[in-house]
Write a protein that binds this ligand. Sequence first.
Ligand SMILES: C[S@@+](CC[C@H](N)C(=O)[O-])C[C@H]1O[C@@H](n2cnc3c(N)ncnc32)[C@H](O)[C@@H]1O
Length: 219
Amino acid sequence: MPLKHVALTTELYDYVVAHGTPPDAVLQEIEERTKEFGHYQIMQCVPEQGALLHMLTKLVGARKAIEVGTFTGYSSVCIGRGLPKDGQLLCCDVSEEWTRVARDAWEKAGLTDRIQLALGPALETLRSLPQEADVDIAFLDADKLNYWAYFEELLLRVRPNGLIIIDNTLFQGEVINPDTEHESARLVHAFNERLAADQRVEVVMLPIHDGVTLARKLL
Ligand SMILES: C[S@@+](CC[C@H](N)C(=O)[O-])C[C@H]1O[C@@H](n2cnc3c(N)ncnc32)[C@H](O)[C@@H]1O
């Protein structure tokens, strides 16, 4: 049986990245400043994923968005730029230090009126929000231990046909390794299994970067 999909070698993935819209100066500066955080820079959203987030925000026609896990702001700038001028993005993170870079970027991108930062455990922030199901798009990119709890809180607040985007769902390819030493990979695998069987959403996994899953809330 011939393969029906293209196996992504590093060279081919580089080709994919090289043929998408490149990041602008604001996003490049975030990348530069994020390098100051040493090995933590691996947490930053990559350009092709940022471009996807921006496009999805536009396509959904989003006015209201939530991000769980903001770090130095790359993904928040991409989502924020996809919103209309009166749109709203709530960013959840625990780090004052990392989100300082994000705040600077929001200023440079002219997004300060559209983005609000909630510093503190994201689960508490989410639970404090009204359950009005008026959020158009949400991006989940924080600690894996709470992934399912975040997803449940987001699903209560996302409108029917709205989108929840989940990052790192391939977890360095470790999700298919039953002997993995990565606790987070086991948690993400359990999350993926549960999500695929969830009747409340339609699910598509994309092999972009570390794996990006789209979950569309059904009516
Ligand atoms: C992978 S990074 C987010 C990357 C970001 N989306 C970007 O575009 O670069 C994960 C972030 O989640 C935050 N985080 C971890 N645990 C958290 C929690 N319990 N509540 C809120 N934020 C948390 C970390 O401080 C970190 O900034």
